[in-house]
Ligand binder design. Sequence first.
Ligand code: UD1
Ligand code: UDP
Length: 371
Amino acid sequence: MVIDIKMKKLMFCIGTRPEAIKLAPLIWAAQGQNFNVCIVTSGQHKEMLDPFLQFFKLKVNHSLDVLKPNQSLSDLTASILTKMQMIMQIEKPDYVFVQGDTTTTFTSALAAFYEKIPVAHIEAGLRTHDRYSPFPEEINRKLVTQIAEYFFTPTEESKKNLENEGIKKNVWFTGNTGIDALRLATEILMDKGALHPPSLEAHARKMILVTCHRRENHGAPLLNICDAIIRIVHQHKDVDVVFPVHLNPNVQSVVKLKLGNHPQIRLEKPLNYPDFVSLMYQSTLLLTDSGGVQEEAPYFKKPIFVMRESTERPEGVSAGVAALVGSDTDAIVNAVNLALTDQGYYQSFQKAVSPYGDGYASQKILSALFS
Ligand code: UD1
Ligand code: UDP
């Protein structure tokens, strides 16, 4: 008897906003090929996730309700692990797909392992080689590497990282599914006429788009970053800063206090994906500690300055599409000053080629796994 592979049940575990964005195109591709798809959200993010599920029209089969304000990593880990395992016992999927390196990613992979269900890891092989940065994501992704059976790497470099750790079987370099999502969103927004490039007029105002949420930046580094933003707008009266502030209370409290009442600084709630994509397109440059935003800005040829001490996306820095500036106030101000005043430096980011894929990773992942 020939078993129809399309009868297989694929479970997608989603916890945070980047997981929704980066798994959505893969889920669409699987649904397009009539796989039996089951979507579980852990509830790690709630307000920050729901708009994405709506935008991508993802119909969730199970929502676990684990979000508590400022809860500890161990509470979150224990809660998702127990509930995910229960759902897996009910649904009995043939494959579990996890993406990236969040607490949901790691705990869902572990729950699947306890149920002896093979795990496919999307965006595998990223490393900073610093166990505390990003914290706890570097260790989360290394643990998922031990658990998973199928590995889909976004870049050649991430594939090499796995090879260096002895992972050579069932590893495919596909590009990043986040670029698939961005390509699709851009097409939709272009059709609606909703993407507006920055004005080229000599006296037009410039816009810096900022995001910041990483745990390593909480406390003093975030204060330094806020100081840098204040200095930048003081030095450049033609620059506005737009900063959608992550719902993490450690970020909210500091950013609102430091940047809350400045005429050139607009603090926003976390934005829905299409609104954020439109702002990226409109921006002059970006300041971020986000992983996903590091990959997306080069798609629009926008210089991006990464406010972290290390990045698991060094290929972007080597390619020249991103620069690592850390969280030191002077370093951030100097880099932004240079980009705003030196056209050659600004254009060097635009001339560089993004290493994050062509926007067709999802199809490659399904073909690799099922053909
Ligand atoms: C988590 C991921 C990080 C990812 C980021 C994406 C872990 C360990 N970290 O960051 O890798 O880059 O998500 O944004 O998994 N909150 C709400 N509503 C929401 C979302 C968050 O109130 O919709 C508040 C809660 O108080 C929550 C806090 O923000 O406790 C932090 O959320 P959490 O998922 O722990 O975020 P991070 O660990 O900062
Ligand atoms: N993003 C968004 N709205 C915002 C900020 C970010 O839609 O207000 C998107 C962004 O385009 C990217 C993703 O969220 O796809 C990145 O999420 P985040 O920075 O929270 O997580 P990370 O990528 O660092 O894990």
